[in-house]
Ligand binder design. Sequence first.
Ligand code: ADP
Ligand code: MG
Ligand code: MG
Length: 482
Amino acid sequence: MSETFFPEYPPNISDENLQTLKNLAIDWSLSHGLVIRPPTNLSNNSFVMHAPVSLFPSPFPRKTYDEAIELQPAFNLLFHRLSQDFEFITHAIKEITGVDDFVDNLYKIYLKVKEEGIVQPISLGLHRSDYLLQVPPNATEANILQVEFNTISSSFSSLSSLTGDLHKQSTKYFNSSELLKKDSLPLNDSMTSLPKGLAKAHELYGSPNAVVMMVVIDEERNAFDQRWIEYNLLNNHTVHIIRKTLAEINDQGKLDSKTKALIIDGKEVAVTYFRSGYSPEQHPTKKEWDARLLIERSKSIKCPSISYQLVGAKKVQQLLAMPGIVEKYVTDPTEAKKLRASFAGLHPLDSSPEGEAAVKLAMKNPESYVMKPQREGGGNNIYANDIPPMLSKLSVSERSSYILMDLIQPPLMKNIILRQGELIKGEMISELGIYGIFIGGEGENEVIMNEIGGHLLRTKGRKTNEGGVATGFAVIDSPLLI
Ligand code: ADP
Ligand code: MG
Ligand code: MG
């Protein structure tokens, strides 16, 4: 990829000023809650450290940023429509069940509550659609390609907004590049957009004294990103959040036998907001699965509901790329075309002719692909030379629970990142996420709220395959629109 795609960057700055800027970034982060818990000594909750951040905002083409923003309401609605389609979900999950216990368990809960009758037709989506840039051969402009659409536990909305503020502050000290103009650093309302969605869902539930329950893990390192949601929800909307683990919900939660209200600690839960519940490790025992079933059976508004979580599967993303699928759910052809233009090549790995062809391509040319299981949270994908041995090892039905995606090769940009007090300079890649706030009712066309909720930019070294911040691969950044 052309190394001159982006302008000369980062700003030329003396070593002495760089140290000053580093200390400023650390102290500003500590002063403003741009923090995470340290990796060790988690049982002592009085320690914090600065979040991993980039020292400078990263250049990002304004046109593609605008395009990603514009796509969000259409993606929000598309995923709502998919979530209402029982046959589509069943078709998508069919390939995975029997070989993936985690998806099996989710699907069983989905079937069970469907059979019993859904008592809460409203669902809240706090989504995030993630993109990488790609410059097509011989082109001078980049376009965006979707990496994935997250329907559960989309994180970093609060710390992302704070990182934008950090960059605005640091450019006041060292405005050493003419690129660092005020209007190049876009506003980011992700700090308040998620609380706004939670507040609206709480209002729709219709019980002013009820609370929002955040489903959390013990010893969460990213607790402050979550706490900011709690503070904003209370300060801007007068709604309280309680934090509970799945095990605690199983032990302490009850359903009102008549109304199916979810009651915990004597409080009624209006909205259940999952910041856990997306991976097998978060369900070590039957207790956690029982808690999920209890929540799903309840009248509380779920964020996400089990059907929203299921349509966030990578398998669904691959199916959407098949001919005619997006077009079935998005009736406006121009809009369907725009959504489709953001899709990278996606292939099944099942026993269909397409699946067999994809296996051959991946065996022959593995460095052009990423193989993905139905997992969230980073660190699960298989890249390049690790793909052929994996494919050879798996049975056909095991293989079917993965998808194959064309590797996106984004343009490189130079920046300096700050992690655990250390500066690392080098060639970087950025991934843009756009938050979507959606509230849907029963049926594919009932839309109560459909908004764009701000953005997240994550930046990582060029040689790093994965992209998660929590998993230690990337840092939080903000876009410098060029
Ligand atoms: P998860 O749900 O675990 O976050 P992703 O699909 O987002 O799974 O993959 C994790 C990371 O892997 C992404 O953040 C990105 O950095 C990288 N990645 C995923 N798909 C691709 C792709 N098609 N091309 C290049 N990198 C990718
Ligand atoms: Mg994900
Ligand atoms: Mg991801």
